[in-house]
Design a protein around this ligand. Structure first.
Ligand SMILES: *[C@@H]1O[C@H](CO)[C@@H](O)[C@H](O)[C@H]1NC(C)=O
Ligand SMILES: *[C@@H]1O[C@H](CO)[C@@H](O)[C@H](O)[C@H]1NC(C)=O
Ligand SMILES: *[C@@H]1O[C@H](CO)[C@@H](O)[C@H](O)[C@H]1NC(C)=O
Ligand SMILES: *[C@@H]1O[C@H](CO)[C@@H](O)[C@H](O)[C@H]1NC(C)=O
Ligand SMILES: *[C@@H]1O[C@H](CO)[C@@H](O)[C@H](O)[C@H]1NC(C)=O
Ligand SMILES: *[C@@H]1O[C@H](CO)[C@@H](O)[C@H](O)[C@H]1NC(C)=O
Length: 476
């Protein structure tokens, strides 16, 4: 039976969700949300092939941003959005290319007054079974980018927009990139990007793919009390598993006061916040001669990384093996006593730890969604076309995981939750859903169901035998 269900599950994934996408940019999924179905394109700046989201999501409406926001520098992905006036939770289902474990997932938003209301909404971004982050925009032209490095629990991930009652959720672009499993390791949890800086950049622009094989976006960052140094030779980025781009690594900074240090500090009010920092170094000054550059990293005045000498045009990434959990964080890159040259830094990343504690709904129960779709699909073939609408009416809130996040439970369902096992579906209310025909045998896959309401539909035929085999079913 399970094998049979599994086969149908796979068929339905291939047939109706069209999840299987050939992505020649080695596992990349690049979605320009809201562009029309057949209008994929190759981005002029990055060479990344973007596809329409039509085959990743069935709900929402596509809209153009208001023309005055389209100056010639705006990236093409922001010209359209998909907006979700209906439903609490609307989900993209991304099928992961096999052979990868860890992914960078990036969602991007620019309001651009697409709805003519002139008022930016705020809403939740949901990843799998938990809220990933809250999306808040400063103004109508701000680009908000949310990025996470995450190990998905299944072979697909749900990225959903949750309506919090503060305006209509929308999305401009959704991107997924495989990254090496041996990079960005944590003791637990995923990594939310705080900053990714290309320090000492001589250009105003960001660098990403193809300079960066993982398509991280590096933002230029400089300070008045820093001096940029650079080298025109390429840096061998394959030397470091983090593969920092050559274009980012060949520029660096030193302090303007050659005897002082390079400092960064930040404070955070949430005492549970924990961070991981990644420093990327490569010597860019040729022929040091009798001079030496030896530097160490201090965290809040104590040695965090021992003195090191970095090789010419040969990158190395230094990162913490444990999360940093103090309220006020101050990093200083200092030169050691026998260093004749000031300390130097090429690039810097900081991530906050984000736990995803919630388990996804029990696999068999979650499969029910797909089985129900098969049933609905077969029903559609035998029923008149006018039934499509009512079928759709039942299903449109059924996106992403059925039971979690708890605030975004599917309409008509109730689930049981405990801390140790996946949530299970315990009741299903399909009353007045315009369903006709026989009772779906797929309901029998909900092994723990206690209550099933099928009233006010056009169901025919005898009460199926399998209902009596559901051990906990008490209300029908
Ligand atoms: C991107 O799309 C173009 C045009 O469809 C195609 O020729 C090219 O091979 C694609 N490149 C990648 C890396 O998928
Ligand atoms: C991926 O890395 C984690 C450590 O972060 C390790 O526990 C896991 O076994 C790795 N997976 C594979 C398939 O190498
Ligand atoms: C960087 O931006 C500034 C101000 O916008 C501009 O004056 C300068 O020419 C830009 N530099 C480069 C290299 O594009
Ligand atoms: C440079 O830094 C050193 C050490 O921090 C300090 O003693 C000195 O006064 C600074 N010089 C200037 C010109 O600011
Ligand atoms: C390094 O060598 C130069 C000559 O090449 C010399 O003038 C200088 O004093 C030397 N510096 C040190 C710190 O030895
Ligand atoms: C700096 O001095 C320490 C000990 O005083 C020594 O171990 C280290 O190798 C020296 N570094 C350089 C670059 O000479």
């Amino acid at each position: 039976m399970l094998k049979h269900l599994m086969f149908e599950f796979l068929c339905i994934v291939a047939l109706t969700m069209q999840l299987v996408h050939a992505q020649s940019q080695s596992g990349f999924i690049s979605i320009d949300c809201g562009v029309s179905e057949k209008s994929g394109y190759t981005d002029k700046l990055t060479g990344i092939n973007y596809t329409s989201d039509a085959s990743f999501i069935k709900t929402g409406v596509s809209k153009n941003i208001s023309p005055e926001y389209n100056d010639n520098t705006l990236e093409q992905q922001f010209l359209n959005v998909r907006s979700f006036p209906e439903g609490m939770k609307n989900c993209y289902t991304l099928k992961l290319a096999p052979g990868n474990i860890k992914f960078l997932i990036r969602a991007r938003f620019m309001y651009g007054n697409y709805d003519g209301l002139g008022k930016v909404p705020s809403f939740d971004l949901i990843l799998e079974a938990d809220v990933w982050d809250s999306v808040q925009m400063e103004d109508t032209s701000t680009i908000v980018t949310k990025e996470i490095i995450h190990i998905p629990k299944k072979s697909y991930v749900y990225v959903c927009l949750g309506n919090t009652g503060s305006g209509t959720p929308f999305i401009s672009a959704l991107e997924l990139r495989p990254v090496s499993n041996s990079t960005y390791q944590t003791q637990s949890g995923s990594l939310l990007l705080s900053w990714r800086w290309d320090v000492g950049a001589t250009d105003n622009g960001t660098f990403r793919y193809r300079d960066d094989p993982f398509d991280r976006i590096w933002t230029p960052y400089n300070r008045n009390n820093w001096v940029a140094i650079s080298n025109s030779q390429p840096v061998d980025s394959t030397a470091d598993i983090y593969r920092p781009p050559s274009t980012v690594m060949r520029t660096a900074v030193i302090p303007a006061n050659r005897s002082s240090s390079l400092q960064f500090s930040w404070e955070h009010s949430d005492t549970t916040s924990r961070f991981y920092a990644y420093f990327h170094f490569a010597e860019v000054q040729e022929n040091l001669g009798n001079q030496t550059r030896e530097q160490a990293i201090n965290l809040n005045g104590r040695t965090w990384w021992k003195p090191d000498v970095y090789e010419y045009l040969y990158p190395i990434t230094i990162s913490s093996t444990a999360p940093i959990g103090v309220d006020k964080i101050e990093f200083s890159i200092i030169k050691t006593g026998n260093s004749t040259l000031p300390p130097m830094l090429n690039a810097f990343e900081v991530y906050a730890v984000k736990e995803f504690p919630q388990l996804l709904t029990d696999q068999e129960d979650a499969m029910f969604q797909f089985l129900f779709f098969i049933y609905a699909y077969v029903q559609l073939l035998v029923n008149a076309v006018t039934k499509i609408k009512s079928m759709y009416g039942v299903n449109k809130s059924w996106q992403g995981d059925p039971c979690v996040p708890k605030d975004y439970l599917w309409q008509g369902l109730n689930c049981s939750y405990d801390d140790y096992s996946p949530p299970r579906i315990i009741s299903l209310n399909l009353s007045s859903s315009g369903i006709s025909g026989e009772i779906s045998p797929y309901i029998s896959s909900l092994a723990l169901i206690q209550s099933l309401d099928l009233s006010n539909n056009n169901l025919i035929g005898p009460l199926p035998e399998f209902l009596s085999q559901l051990p906990f079913l008490t209300v029908l």
